[in-house]
Write a protein that binds this ligand. Sequence first.
Ligand code: ZN
Length: 212
Amino acid sequence: MFVEIPYPSEQTTRSGWVEVICGSMFSGKTEELIRRLNRAKIAKQEVVIFKPSLDNRYHAQHVISHNANAIYALSVERAELIWENVGTATVIGIDEVQFFDNQIVEVCTKLANMGRRVVVAGLDMDYTGKPFGCMPELMASAEFVTKVHAICVDCGDIAHYSHRIVNVEDTVLIGETDSYQALCRKCFVKKTELKESNQVLGVSSQVSIVSN
Ligand SMILES: [Zn+2]
């Protein structure tokens, strides 16, 4: 489990940093973000939380994790709006960070350079298993990277793929519980190969081929 390094109270001696919490759908990224931010609040640090405004699955003013543990967040359309709304907060949380534009890396870097603690949570891979948007750059430049895992719904192994179970090609697809499942490497490869062979044969990807 991630244990916070002491955050100095003296403004002049303070050095900031970036923490990345990444993983697939259902891996508990948001729960981990909320856990860290709540601990910062207990330590009486000023905390502000942002999320991209396209993520309106639940209440627009809250980051809500899947276990209904809610925390207040500000919905913003662009990364630079984080910079404009951060105020005097010493701890900045960002949920669903993969959906922000590329300026997000610069914003996080500038905040850390100013002495702020920046904690971001996001999907590291899209549904095809490719790195998601700004995540590689954020993970490379962060001081701390925590990869959390889901459980494979097919075999019970640890899972780090978000397999899409509906036929839509867009990278951004909200409504995760109905549209995705967490899979381990073995089960993801098996299902991806089946989907590709079905596409070659012109069969719907949700229909299994039965051969005798
Ligand atoms: Zn599996």
